[in-house]
Design a protein around this ligand. Structure first.
Ligand code: 6R9
Length: 630
């Protein structure tokens, strides 16, 4: 362990006095001794219309079930119950456009009104309980309304990040057999319009399931509308069917709430499935305890609702806690590198949850951009998506948090639904370590054979206990659920990450051990990038790897074998980059290219990415005994 890893920041006194979790050691010990009792007590803080028979049903493990037999709806807890209290008139959502003069605010009363209108329209369009609705919307209030409206009527939302290409969108719509797609005319990206509706048009051209497309007017750009299939939302809400109250249907605790596609080791994205009952308990509790969230907080999670962080901690977690959600359409540096700080100051943000890549980007612009703003409203800072390097941690702590705000680094995954390794504000923090397993969870670091490694040694990170917001399965692919997460070490959950534990029980996450790359916090699979490249006419074969990058954490680097007649050139690289942006997403654009004669492969034909990585970094190539062409 280096001295850097031993650096410890003690919690400030004013945080402890007022915190939900004061004596964390006692709660941790109690929850570890009896996780079910811990989770049952948390669940009792929420409303259920019928009680559970069992807190946890392990009979079908690893298909765990939580709060079985109970009836509830996450919308009852995130919205409806607040309407019966004084929270009815407090702000639920403050939204600011990329053009920060566009501002829209909604009290809990108004949020409920909007959800009701959306839900009434969904019902009128024939959406039924259990149907999957695809949502392809930018960071605007309507994405929140549409998600909650689906949940309210028992439909399942499938949000696709509004930066994916038509091809990627089409694959996800077809896999889920959605009948309805909700989109917007376009989104604002650094002052330019990204043409969402055009992309949807291309995507649904060959999707037999899609009957209706609802379009929200956002950028006011010209789009073509199919007279039968496409409907402007602003026309639909004028119809009598949109008016009036819509009842929140009570569903089974284990009924699906959403699916969310995420990248894995193969080219085919996996649809992670989450349910109402356990997910609401998990996201409510972890946000409350780890960020000490109170209803007086103005909570800003900068993630996009297209990713799990947006689902759990922009939409559901803060509303379940009755907090005020702040949502911004824009990026951290547009139009100026102090737009974040300007918004924190102007709106009095009390907790800011963002990604290391954003912190590193802003850090490079220098302290002056931060220092011209009064950030005294902040009391907590958070980080997610990839390991935060101690240098960025310290900058965030000192320059942004003025040494007063604990930094809550949160390690978790689309699959876990909620934080798994983090700190609560009253725990000591160590820059670069995500912290400790959340209350009720135990983690272990295993070697290849499944033995726990000594403290300080790197190994495979696993989670030992089931938790309420865990994914229930991979939609349509239960076998892959078992084989990916539960087979390597029976009885424990394989995270796919490498990590070390120190002598205080703090976990230091190193990164993925599989073919997943986190680029600027976005999760991508090497296979997806490779298959996008392979459809370019110049490409015979391609291999993608992640290489360390100062700002993005990882950058995509590709080794490409060209078809005959093509020569490496800067123009060709640009054309390949553009092709990946168009066939997968602009977030997946490769940074660098190599054009070798051959790709290193095993005798069974598998690309040895480890060797490519070592070559690119000028490191020792390691054991090459399985290399085919050696
Ligand atoms: C929430 C989210 C999951 C992967 C995960 C890990 C990496 C996320 C992290 C972190 C170190 C953190 N990751 N948070 N690594 N410290 N605080 O990002 O979900 O997109 O599914 O990615 O992200 O490698 O396995 P998802």
């Amino acid at each position: 362990m280096t001295s850097e890893q031993q650096e410890v920041f003690e919690p400030p006194a004013e945080i402890i006095d007022d915190a939900w979790v004061k004596d964390w050691k006692a709660i941790e010990a109690e929850a570890t001794a009896d996780p079910r009792a811990y989770w049952e007590a948390r669940a009792n803080e929420l409303e259920w219309s019928a009680p559970w028979e069992k807190v946890l049903d392990e009979s079908g493990a690893p298909f765990y079930k939580w709060f079985t037999g109970a009836r509830t709806n996450i919308v009852t807890n995130a919205v409806d119950r607040h309407l019966r209290t004084a929270r009815r008139n407090k702000l639920a959502l403050i939204w600011v456009g990329e053009d920060t003069s566009r501002v829209r605010t909604f009290s809990y009363f108004a949020l409920n009104r909007e959800i009701d209108r959306w839900a009434n329209i969904l019902l009128a369009m024939g959406v039924e309980k259990g149907d999957i609705v695809t949502i392809y919307l930018p960071r605007i209030p309507e994405i929140v309304f549409a998600m909650l409206a689906c949940a309210k009527i028992g439909a399942i939302h499938s949000v696709i990040f509004a930066g994916y290409s038509a091809e990627a969108l089409n694959a996800r719509i077809d896999d889920s057999e959605s009948k309805l797609v909700i989109t917007a005319d376009g989104s604002w990206v650094n002052g330019k319009v990204f043409p969402l509706k055009d992309i949807v048009d291309d995507a649904v051209k060959f999707s037999p399931s899609v009957e209706n497309v609802v379009v929200v007017r956002n950028t006011r750009s010209d789009v073509s509308m199919d007279t039968v299939r496409d409907h402007w939302f602003e026309d639909l809400i004028k119809l009598p069917i949109a008016k009036g109250h819509c009842e929140t249907v009570q569903v089974d605790s284990e009924d699906p709430l959403f699916i969310l596609y995420t990248s894995g080791s193969t080219g085919k994205p996996k649809a992670i499935l989450h349910t109402h009952g356990g997910y609401q308990v998990g996201t409510y509790t972890t946000l409350k305890y780890s960020f000490d969230i109170k209803e007086s907080d103005r909570w800003w999670c900068t993630a996009d609702p297209g990713w799990v962080t947006g689902h759990s901690y922009l939409v559901y977690g803060p509303l379940l806690n009755g907090a005020t959600v702040f949502m911004s359409e824009g990026s951290p540096t547009y139009p100026y590198p102090d737009v974040f700080w300007q918004l924190v100051e102007y709106y009095g943000i009390s907790a800011l949850y963002t990604a290391p890549t954003a912190i590193r980007t802003l850090m490079r612009f220098g302290d002056a951009w931060v220092n011209r703003h009064d950030l005294s409203s902040l009391r907590l800072l958070g980080s997610v998506g990839e390991p935060i390097n101690p240098e960025a941690w310290r900058w965030f702590h000192h320059v942004v948090g003025k040494d007063r705000c604990p930094i809550i680094d949160t390690w978790w995954q689309t699959e876990t639904g909620m934080f798994q390794i983090t700190t609560v504000p009253t725990m000591p923090q160590k820059p670069g370590s995500a912290g400790r397993p959340v209350f009720g969870q135990e983690a272990a670091i295993l070697d290849e054979a499944g033995h726990e490694v000594p403290d300080g040694t790197e190994g495979f990170l696993v989670l030992k206990n089931p938790w309420p917001a865990m994914m229930r399965t991979l939609y349509k692919d239960p076998d892959r659920y078992v084989s990916t997460y539960w087979e390597k070490y029976p009885g424990v959950y394989l995270t796919g990450d490498a990590a070390k534990r120190d002598e205080d029980g703090y976990i230091w996450v190193i990164g993925r051990t599989d073919d997943v790359i986190k680029v600027s916090g976005h999760r991508l699979g090497t296979a997806e990038v490779e298959s996008a490249l392979a459809s370019h006419p110049a490409v015979a074969e391609a291999a993608a790897i992640g290489l360390p990058h100062e700002v993005k954490g990882n950058a995509i680097h590709c080794a490409v074998i060209l078809n005959q007649g093509y020569e490496p050139s800067k123009e060709l690289e640009e054309s390949l980059r553009q092709h990946v942006a168009e066939t997968l997403s602009p977030i997946a654009k490769p940074d660098g290219f190599d054009f070798p004669e051959k790709l290193p492969k095993t005798r069974s034909g598998k690309i040895m990415r480890r060797v490519l990585r070592a070559r690119a970094l000028g490191q020792d190539e390691g054991d090459l005994s399985t290399l085919e062409n050696e």
